[in-house]
Write a protein of this length. Sequence first.
Lengths: 130, 180
Amino acid sequence: MRPVIPYVTAALLFGLGVYGVLRRRNAVLVLMAVELMLNAVNLILVTADTTAKALLPHGGQVFALFVIVLAAAEVGVGLAIVLQLYRMRASIAIDEVPLTERRADEPVPAVAGAVGEVTATEVAGPEGKR
Amino acid sequence: MTGVDALLLALGAVAVGAGVLVVATRHLVRAGLYLVVCLVAVAGMYLVLTAELVTWVQVLIYVGAVVVLLLFAVMLTRAPIGASDDLDRPGWPATLIGGGVGLGLAALLVDAYGWTRVELPQAGTAERIGEQVFGAWVLPFELLSVLLLAALVGAIVLSRPDIGRSPATGTSDGERRPAR
């Protein structure tokens, strides 16, 4: 078995994941690209399990299992955040997410779908920031 | 070039090709389906690399749970059916950084391993991996169960707007806007 083949595959998958995270606007697609990166790391771990001689056998595969569990937890919380973002702003484009707290009198920028009622409730209450 | 190498090469080509389609396609749902192809090809590589338990866990958790969750999210955010034009940002910085990272890591690993060959070790069956997990790695394993519980509670709190209700105004952040 030539270990360079899975290693290079994992490196290319990781590069694709980085590209996807930086390129995509849709939050769900960004999460998919993150999954690609996590899979590349798992592939590195499983391949290193065959090439590296460690004190404990199968340490790489155990770590790959742990990373899979972490990825499951990550995608659960990540999708909860994405759905909450969609409920608040009716859009999951990540370059439209405001990074600062919005002032109370500032109108919400127009996003796709059901804009009118959001704007109405936004300017109505004095506590309506964000 | 043995049969194992040929299998790894073919599965790796499928994985990378499907990965390219995941980050390049203009259909949201198809990106999820290409992700399934990529994950199954990676699972096949695990199987060739004698990691049996990791293969089946990958198929069960990734293909069975994670991709289904992602597709649920695609549906719940009312993704348009058909191609959409607004999925991407301008691309050259992403191309530069992603290509640099991928090709740089690949060059590093080729330099480190060259065209050497190793013998495949004993297969990582459920029995052997279980001995390791419940022997040497039992403390991280238990810690992971606590982390899963924390993620569960966190996801529930995030998706229920009535939990974070503030007593002063009687409304919470999520409830001020009408549910859609």
